[in-house]
Structure formats: C-alpha cells, structure tokens
Write a protein that binds this ligand. Structure first.
Ligand code: FCB
Length: 451
C-alpha cells in the first residue's frame, strides 16, 4: 500500500451541521438560522438549532475521535459565533469554545484542519448586501484575522472557503441553500468574484496573523470527469472536459480554481460569460491568486466522459441500475483516482481529499450494532482508487471522511446520515457504526487492511 508515512487519516464536519447552541453564549444569527425558519426550505422543517449538540458534547466527541485513532480532524468555525454582527465586536465565549477544542484535539494527538467559512454566513452582513457587497471581502479578512490571531499559534492547516460552488450556486442562484436567493447570472458572478476576493484577502490575513508556520489551502467541490474507457482519446477528452467552463452555472472547476491558483479567470468562461462579467478592478486577480500550500478537494462522485466526434467530450450516462447512495448520488470510486491525478497535473500542489463519504439508511439493529456494510464497501473502493493514484506518483497527503458523525445535512435536514458514528437526535447518543471500527483498522495499518 502506497499511503505515505504521516498520511493524515481524518474525518470532517462543519460548525452549523453539528454544533447546535444556535442562540447561546452570544452567538449571532447566520443565514442558515434564518433559512431553517423558512417554510418548506428544509426537509420536515428541521433546523440546526441543536443538531448534534456538539457545542456541549465536544469533550466526549474528541474522546471518540481519539478512540478511532483519527490523525486529523477537519472542522469549521462559525463566523457569527465569533463575530455576532459579522465584523466589529468579538464574542469572547465563542472564540473560547474553539480555543478549548483545538487544545483538546492536540492533546489527543489529532491535528486540527480548520475551515474558516463553511456556509454559515452572518445574517447581519447579509442585511448589508452579503456577498453582493464588495466589502464582503474585507469583512471576511477581518474575521480571518480575529480567528487566526487566537488559534494561529497552534493550528497549522487552514482553509478559507468550503465549496464556493455550493454557497454561491445553491445559495444565490438555485435558492436551495441559505440565503435562498435566486439571482440573475450577472449577480451570481459578482458574488463569485467577491467570494474569490475574500479568499485572497483571507489568505493574506491568515499569513499575517499566524504565529507559527502554517499551511493554507481551500476546499472547493472537485467536479470530476472519469474517462469512460482507458483509451487515450477518452482520457484526453475527460481531462479537457474537467477543466472547461461550458455552461452558465457554477458546476465547474476552473472558474473557481484558475483564479485562485493561476490568478486569472479561464478564457473559455470569460468568453461565455462576456455579457455578465463582474467589475474586476486592477489588482483583484493578484489578490485572489495568493500562493497556496495545498489543494483540498471534496469529491463524492464523478461523471463519465468519452471522446465523441472530432475528439469532442461527450457525457456517457451511467448504466441503468448503477450503484446509488441513499442520497441518490452515483457511486464512482474512480473519481478518487482521476480527480487527484488531473487536479495535480494542472495545479501542481499537494492534494488533500477534504471530504468524501456517503449517506446510508443506517439504524441501530436489535443487537445494538449499527451495520453499514455499504459505507465500508464504498470507502474501501474509493480509498483503493486513491491509493492507485498515490502509487502512480500523485502527492496526496490526507483523506478526510465525511463525516465523523451523522449530522444536519442542510436542506435535507437529518434525513441523510453520512456519519461513521450514528447519532440518535432525540437522546444525542453516539454509536460507532461498523464502519467506524473498520476505519480504525485502516488508520492503524496505514491502509494495509484495505487489501
Ligand atoms: C458537501 C458539504 C458538506 C456535506 C457533504 C455531504 O457538499 O461540504 O457540508 O453536506 O456535502
């Protein structure tokens, strides 16, 4: 098994999905707190008000992670918990929560990987125009400065945004996620530009405030194209398609990644979106293109592509009956081979898989165990594909399973269970699923038990 020594076997969560304590200890409201009150927005009217109650149970949760042998834990910080109005007055109790959590993780030998923005945008800033307001980039930088000034003596891995495609696209174009807006494309592109600018200014703020050497990256959705066969022309078509902007929607890689890693928008997108482009001021692209230390990608699935007429990329549907998760996402283990491979070819940075996993219909059986054979098989297949990429020379440094525990799955409420640990939301009882014991062994053997 090619997993290098020191490979970070981890798991991930996000603040709003697990913390609860939505109105405690001075926390401000986020756009998700508001979204959850909108009739019909979330499955069965569920909310993240309590979620996994991690805000009160964090000690036990870290102890659970330790028992599993996790080497890394990817968490996010709730912006409005730290800055209730988004900027200005700091909430010391909010900051203290993360301070203690980081200490406890380090004591447990678990490396914290911290994401600054995983979608719970301060409602107060939304009322000031939110991401449509260009000042949002400075607001984010201020927030980054506050957090890193406190935790930056211990946290060595930082990420700015989680999946900008989702909070921009699902949040402001499709309206399915907070803040639930459906804006015209030109405004969506403006929001995207400000989010990218926020990333750049955020990176600058992190580096300025950190009091120990740290590594900085971000964690976009990795939109993966899988060659439909091993023929060279299909591989070439998949690669081209993976780095193309072909439609006026957010579901591509390069509109988000080229500015960040190359300091420029991709030419095909600039042409396609010509009439809707945001104002780009001198210096913006340089700010966005701050040097980074790693490339994080959230990869759950992929789609098949072959070379059609004249080598043109052509989508190939999965066969009827192709494996699906409970969420009805296609199972595509090869995405964890081709994704890291193509991304590293283009962006040339060490890769972390910052999220990967599946939702299942998991419940405790009569004997008390939570059997989740599908998750074990899913993860085994994906990790074997990742191992193949590593064996062929792709520099992959870590893997974060989504998620350590079942949690509030945004618009799906508690319906989708992604955890290695089952959560009973009535009693808050945690029960490690079979996959948790299985993953523990994978970690302990540095992947050898996958064979
Ligand atoms: C990703 C999100 C994460 C979680 C998983 C299932 O898009 O980053 O918060 O919801 O999907």
């Amino acid at each position: 098994m090619a997993f290098p020594k020191g490979f970070v076997w981890g798991a991930a969560t996000a603040a709003y999905q697990i913390e609860g304590a939505a109105r405690e200890d001075g926390k401000g409201e986020s756009v998700w707190d508001m979204m959850c009150r909108r009739p019909g927005a979330v499955w069965n009217g569920q909310t993240g008000d309590v979620a996994c109650d991690h805000y009160h149970r964090w000690r036990a949760d870290v102890a659970l992670m330790k028992r599993m042998g996790l080497r890394g834990y990817r968490l996010s910080i709730s912006w409005p918990r730290v800055l209730p109005a988004g900027v200005g007055q700091v909430n010391p109790k909010g900051l203290a929560f993360y301070d203690r959590l980081v200490d406890r993780l380090l004591e447990a030998g678990i490396e914290p990987f911290v994401t600054l923005f995983h979608w719970d945008y301060p409602h107060a800033l939304y009322c000031r125009g939110g991401w449509l307001n260009r000042a949002s980039a400075d607001w984010f930088a201020e927030y980054a400065h506050v957090v890193v000034s406190k935790l930056g003596d211990r946290v060595r891995h930082w990420m700015t945004h989680n999946e900008p495609q989702c909070f921009v696209g699902l949040g402001h174009s499709e309206g399915r996620h907070a803040p639930g807006d459906r804006l015209p494309w030109a405004e969506v592109l403006r929001i995207a530009h400000h989010a990218l600018l926020a990333h750049g200014k955020g990176v600058q703020a992190i580096r300025a405030a950190a009091r120990a050497p740290c590594r900085v990256g971000f964690a976009p959705v990795g939109v993966v194209k899988i060659p439909a066969s091993s023929a060279k022309k299909d591989i070439a078509a998949a690669r081209r398609d993976m780095f193309a902007v072909a439609a006026a929607n957010v579901w591509n890689n390069t509109w988000w990644m080229d500015p960040v890693f190359f300091g420029r928008y991709p030419a095909d997108g600039l042409k396609l979106f010509e009439k809707d482009l945001p104002p780009i001021r001198p210096g913006d692209m340089k700010t966005i293109g701050q040097p980074l230390d790693f490339f994080g990608a959230n990869i759950y699935s992929g789609s098949l592509v072959r070379a059609g007429k004249g080598g043109k990329a052509e989508a190939v549907p999965f066969k009827p009956g192709h494996d699906l998760t409970a969420f009805k996402w296609y199972v595509a283990p090869e995405s964890l081979y081709w994704g890291p491979k193509f991304f590293q070819e283009r962006y040339k940075l060490p890769v972390y898989i910052t999220e990967n996993g599946m939702s299942g219909n998991d419940w405790p059986a009569l004997d008390g165990r939570v059997p989740d054979a599908h998750r074990i098989d899913f993860t085994r297949r994906y990790l074997l594909a990742l191992e193949r990429a590593i064996r062929e020379g792709v520099d992959v440094r870590g893997y974060f399973h989504w998620s350590i525990m079942d949690n509030f799955e945004w618009a799906e409420g508690f319906k989708e269970r992604f955890g290695l640990v089952h959560v009973d939301y009535t009693t808050q009882k945690r029960t490690p699923k079979d996959s948790a014991y299985w993953y523990k062994k994978v970690i302990a053997t540095n992947g050898k038990s996958l064979k």
